[in-house]
Design a protein around this ligand. Structure first.
Ligand SMILES: CCC[C@H]1O[C@@H](n2cnc3c(N)ncnc32)[C@H](O)[C@@H]1O
Length: 484
């Protein structure tokens, strides 16, 4: 299929959805799209994600949000109520299970049945498609806070149909960010097309008076991803969503660990997104930012894990991100208990509250970091548009084919995988090898010098060993993977 960045006529969406709703029996419950729109209009403003994000941005508040999801409806409700009431979550998720993310609804159904018979959750998230419209509405109605669908689904069309009709007011993901880090062998043509469907559906709700927020998945592989690469993908997905009529977007970034770089990343993300959206004719979009606490390997020791969580909370607060996605002291083990999840939230909230009257002062270092991130991101996006001969969707596909966009450690065979990131001597993420990224000599020199300084300090040649050492460093209690 020829994928172009052009708003779908609504008839195209309606024709496609007839097929999508057949993919599982619960699809027929949302046949009449206007019922979903009418239901969404009954959701009070206090439970609308876009409204709460707007208010937080205006008041300079950083909201806290966990990830959470279990197999059965009542247990999922109890979990989210606990995180809201005991954890102090400002915003709530419903993290979707892996079977649903792969459209394997038969296995999700089995997981539900086995969870009932065994008395515990045997799925690693909430199987919203199988539970269907009424059960999803029961989740939304049992909570005081807005609820967002968090997942990792290359083909998220049916999941969107059901959860939007059920009153979820925010939907995470995108045709690049939920493909390249999540799938081995699904083409970008397919997933960009699937996510045009999702964004056109959100656009239709929007055109009928329902504010739905969209959040491209910022961290990507969550492993030493340089800010300019995650920014380029986030802004690309924002443009593709805006073309389909999406008006509210939260753009994301995964913590790298060096404070100056993390603050520079959040500040430049919103500035660049605003610039590119406006330059492409998408006016009046509500832009907010989300900072993901460290997405890489965690220490097993819970006290150390709280240290990593606190560092992420501090960086989010000082960066003035609109919201922060919280980790838990069980991160190294797996799905957290509700108590551990609530502890991560309370730790984060403590830091957010203590730091809310402070900010990282402008400095030469911060200015240089922001300037480099902007130069790199612009170089990637401008090369992408050129490759696409003026079309962002075509450009995105061709950029990955040529390595102009290249995400480190991604499983997808559509990703070039030619770049190598490593930390510099202060822990900022630099490029040991920039592969085919469209960087100027000046940018390449900047990265080379930064890593050479580390090599001298460690008395070793910059090499792949640095990358390996950095991947394990935080789990071992450090930021920079110094030679043992
Ligand atoms: C990209 C997201 C990875 C993060 O997402 C967390 N995560 C995944 N599934 C659940 C769940 N069902 N409940 C609470 N956290 C969850 C992992 O721990 C990891 O931090």
């Amino acid at each position: 299929m020829e994928v172009v960045n052009k708003k779908w006529p609504i008839e195209k969406l309606f024709a496609e959805r007839a097929e999508i709703l057949k993919k599982w029996e619960t699809g027929k419950e949302v046949q009449d799209i206007n019922k979903g729109i009418e239901y969404q209009k009954t959701i009070p403003k206090a439970k609308n994600f876009a409204a709460k994000l707007k208010e937080a941005k205006e008041n300079g508040v950083t909201l806290v949000q966990p990830r959470a999801g279990v197999a059965l409806v009542n247990e999922h409700i109890a979990l989210l109520q606990y995180l809201q009431d005991e954890g102090g979550a400002d915003l709530l998720p419903s993290t979707i299970d892996s079977y649903t993310r792969q459209n394997r609804y038969m296995e999700a159904q089995k997981g539900i049945e086995e969870s009932v018979s065994s008395g515990r959750s045997l799925l690693n998230g909430f199987p919203a498609v199988n539970h269907g419209l009424e059960n999803c509405r029961k989740v939304v109605e049992s909570l005081k806070s807005p609820v967002q669908v968090r997942h990792g689904t290359p083909d998220a069309r049916l999941l969107a149909e059901i959860t939007l009709a059920a009153g979820f007011t925010d939907y995470e993901g995108g045709g690049i960010s939920y493909n390249i880090p999540y799938a081995k062998d699904v083409s970008l043509e397919k997933t960009i097309y699937y996510w045009q469907y999702v964004d056109r559906l959100v656009g239709y709700y929007q055109e009928n008076g329902v504010e739905i927020n969209r959040e491209p998945f910022g961290p990507l592989t969550g492993t030493l991803v340089p800010p300019s690469i995650s920014h380029a993908v986030a802004i690309l997905e924002a443009i593709l969503a805006a073309e389909q009529g999406v008006m509210n977007m939260t753009l994301g970034y995964g913590q790298c660990g060096n404070l100056t770089q993390d603050v520079a990343a959040i500040q430049t993300l919103e500035e660049l997104a605003d610039e590119y959206l406006k330059d492409n004719g998408y006016e009046g979009r509500q832009l907010t930012t989300v900072f993901h606490q460290w997405m890489g390997g965690f220490p097993q020791d819970e006290a150390k894990a709280f240290g990593v969580i606190s560092w992420g909370a501090s960086a989010a607060a000082l960066a003035k991100a609109t919201k922060v996605i919280v980790k838990t002291p069980h991160e190294a083990m797996g799905i957290p208990t509700k108590e551990a999840n609530a502890q991560g939230l309370r730790t984060t909230k403590q830091l957010i509250n203590m730091l809310k009257d402070q900010s990282l002062p402008e400095s030469k270092k911060l200015q240089l970091e922001k300037e480099m991130i902007k130069k790199e991101t612009r170089a990637i996006l401008d090369a992408t548009l050129k490759l696409g001969e003026g079309d962002w969707a075509k450009g995105a596909i061709r950029a990955f084919e040529s390595g102009i966009i290249d995400i480190p450690f991604a499983p997808s065979r559509y990703n070039a995988g030619r770049i190598l990131p490593a930390r510099d001597n202060e822990g900022a993420i630099r490029l040991l090898d920039s592969g085919d990224l469209p960087f100027t000599k000046e940018i390449e020199e900047f990265h080379k010098e930064k890593i050479e300084i580390r090599g001298k300090a460690e008395d070793r040649e910059p090499s792949f060993q640095m990358v390996i050492d950095d991947i394990y460093a935080i789990g071992k209690g450090f930021l920079v993977g110094r030679p043992s």
